[in-house]
Design a protein around this ligand. Structure first.
Ligand code: SAH
Length: 358
């Protein structure tokens, strides 16, 4: 018999499930909040022992387990390596800010997209994460820290819009008032530019924040570091962004990883400002660029520039009418770039079949 994935179920699906095993539907109302609070089935004392045992037998334990954990001595940032039920591993990062705790979560095991500067994509994509495994990262971090995650950024391993249905289901689960009740406005989703996914997300119309990993201001440069740009060029991407803004009225933020000598010159800043201002002209949309100095990854040749040069780039953008912030770095002493912990922990199973973009 196929095992049941309780954490992936909505309350309505749980009702169906309990009815299908001859239980009453109020069980759903008992179980849903407890699951999301991280209470294991065996500890759900509002259920009979017999029902607990039956449920345990029928279900797959999809809650990620802490495999390794690095804690920053500087600011308490925690980097988790989580092990999944099939032995695969993913990373999440727990960060403390004045406005609350933010968890950066993974959306896939590995990644298909092949961005040249990114460690997460070096081994290709192994599989999508289930809604339960997306939600489970938040539950597991809440349990481990004894604190509450109040903000989520989907900027860990994987491309969220390449796992669209599971991601949207997760967003609805994590927002549910009887569950973790995290407001959509406290959730950001970052994409490398999967254009059909941006249109679909606009249709779903959840008031989350969309971040676009742009990283270059013309097609030639962008294609050389991001293979996804071969499929959807910058103009198609920005047209989708304008559509998203018009439909949702949500501000879009652009991520721009500064790579020394590659995309961080004065000319690059000028071209970037002109590109974004041109695309959003007449829409009234505020344009915000987040600058990140590239995290150097051993297997790649990309080099990080100085803080001064990042600040100069930001000032240039500001002078040209584009709001820009240089991202503050938390956990700089545990600063394995995204995806590197998973690689170094030999969690990638060499026999696993992987997919790549080309
Ligand atoms: N696939 C999604 C989300 C995951 S990556 C996306 O591409 O947006 C989250 C962000 O980290 C992206 O902006 C990505 O381009 C950036 N990133 C990846 N590797 C990096 C590195 N080595 N240094 C700096 N930023 C990096």
């Amino acid at each position: 018999m196929n095992k049941i994935d309780l954490y992936s179920m909505t309350e309505d699906e749980l009702v169906e499930f309990f009815l299908s095993i001859g239980e009453q539907k109020f069980r759903a109302k008992q179980v849903f909040p407890n699951l999301h609070r991280g209470i294991h089935i065996s500890e759900m004392t509002n259920l009979s022992k017999q029902l607990r045992e039956r449920l345990e037998e029928m279900t797959l334990d999809t809650l990620p387990k802490v495999e390794r954990k690095l804690t920053s001595k500087i600011d308490g940032t925690i980097k988790y390596l989580f092990r999944l039920h099939d032995g695969e591993c993913i990373e999440s990062v727990f960060m403390r800010y004045k406005h609350g705790n933010t968890l950066c979560i993974s959306s896939q095991v590995g990644c298909l997209m092949g961005c040249k500067f990114c460690a997460s994509t070096l081994g290709g994509k192994v599989r999508d994460l289930l809604p339960s495994e997306l939600l489970g990262q938040v539950i597991a971090a809440n349990l481990d820290t004894g604190e509450r995650v109040s903000n989520i950024v989907m900027m860990g391993i994987g491309e969220p819009l390449d796992n669209f249905d599971n991601v949207v289901k997760f967003l609805k689960l994590v927002n549910h008032p009887n569950g973790l009740n995290i407001g959509y406005r406290h959730i950001s989703l970052s994409t490398c530019g999967v254009v059909p996914g941006i249109y679909k997300l606009a249709e779903v119309d959840l008031p989350i924040t969309l971040s676009i990993s742009l990283h270059a201001s013309n097609d030639e440069k962008r294609t050389s570091i991001m293979p996804v740009n071969k499929r959807w060029h910058i103009d198609e991407l920005l047209t989708a962004c304008v559509d998203y803004y018009k439909k949702t009225e949500r501000r879009i933020s652009f991520e721009y990883t500064l790579i020394s000598g590659k995309n961080d010159t004065e000319e690059d800043a000028r071209e970037l400002a002109a590109l974004l201002r041109g695309a959003f002209r007449g829409t009234g949309a505020p344009i915000h660029v987040n600058l990140i100095r590239v995290n150097e990854v051993e297997e790649t040749e990309f080099k990080q520039g100085s803080t001064d040069s990042a600040n100069r780039f930001a000032n240039r953008l500001e002078a040209l009418g584009v709001v820009a912030t240089v991202r503050r770095r938390l956990g700089s002493d545990i600063n394995a770039a995204c995806g590197q912990l998973r690689r170094s922990a030999a969690c990638e199973k060499s026999e696993t079949e992987v997919e790549t973009l080309d």
